[in-house]
Design a protein around this ligand. Structure first.
Ligand SMILES: [Mg+2]
Length: 264
């Protein structure tokens, strides 16, 4: 039988403000309790974020908020059809899809299942979450406080070095190309793990773009700066050389200090 060569691609995604159009931690707290959301804002930077979420989830439970209440607000988080179409396209082309996120397993799995796309992903690397027998949701750090520091010199959170987790995925197979997509400061470390054949999809005008522009010498991969979910779909179609059925904006790719150019 003739053999066909299909490029083995790994797509690794941040979740909040990358796959979904919101921050899930903020969304849940804001929708379920205005004053706890205010407290979350006040304690930002004064308490480790996962520990803060766990404390506030306990307070929500004490006020009678149920699993169904949390599921209901998670179902209302905007997740665009363009991104869902792009994810389905990647999977249909034989790519492996993984999420590396500082949200938690319950939020991410609930949202993906609601949109019928949970089976597209082979790995979800994030903070573990579970409901206890009383119905209270607990979240805990992916990299536990009982362990020593993960030792990353880049601005990763103490509970999760996304770069280290991406590196494990990169080392697990001989990929033809790795694509990383994110928006924030903690997406910079994984971006530095990519090679020149790889691609970074950085949300435009946010903290990941700022970090890349401040330390371009640490980034070997080409970077596509995207603004909207339709850019994601257009970029995905370009990666797989698939014609779009309707006119879409053509995202620009930047190569290591060179001017912008079209995606090859
Ligand atoms: Mg994000």
């Amino acid at each position: 039988m003739p053999s066909t060569t299909v490029s083995k691609r790994l797509f690794a995604f941040d979740f909040d403000w990358t796959l979904i159009e919101a921050d899930s931690d903020h969304w849940v707290m804001q929708r379920l309790s205005g004053d706890l959301f205010k407290e979350q804002e006040d304690l930002f930077g004064k308490m480790q974020w996962t520990d803060l979420q766990n404390m506030l989830l306990g307070r929500l439970f004490d006020r009678g908020v149920t699993k169904q209440d949390i599921e209901q607000v998670l179902h209302e988080i905007p997740f665009t059809q363009e991104v869902i179409t792009a994810l389905r396209l990647m999977e249909s082309q034989g790519a492996e899809l993984c999420i590396i996120s500082d949200a938690n397993t319950f939020y991410i799995e609930t949202i993906l299942k609601m949109h019928g796309i949970d089976t597209l992903f082979t790995k979800i690397i994030t903070n573990p979450a579970h409901f206890d027998e009383s119905g209270r949701l607990h979240v805990s750090r992916f990299h536990g406080a009982d362990k020593g520091p993960h030792g990353c010199a880049l601005p990763c959170q103490p509970n999760l070095c996304k770069g280290r987790e991406l590196q494990k995925l990169i080392d697990s197979q001989a990929w033809d190309q790795v694509v990383y997509m994110g928006d924030s400061t903690n997406d910079f470390c994984p971006s530095t793990r990519l090679q020149s054949k790889d691609l970074i999809l950085a949300r435009s005008k946010l903290l990941l773009e700022k970090a890349i522009r401040e330390q371009p010498h640490l980034v070997l991969a080409d970077v596509v700066y995207w603004e909207s979910p339709s850019d994601i779909l257009a970029t995905t179609q370009s990666i797989f050389n698939i014609e779009s059925t309707k006119p879409l904006p053509s995202p620009q790719v930047e190569r290591s200090g060179l001017p912008s150019m079209a995606i090859p």
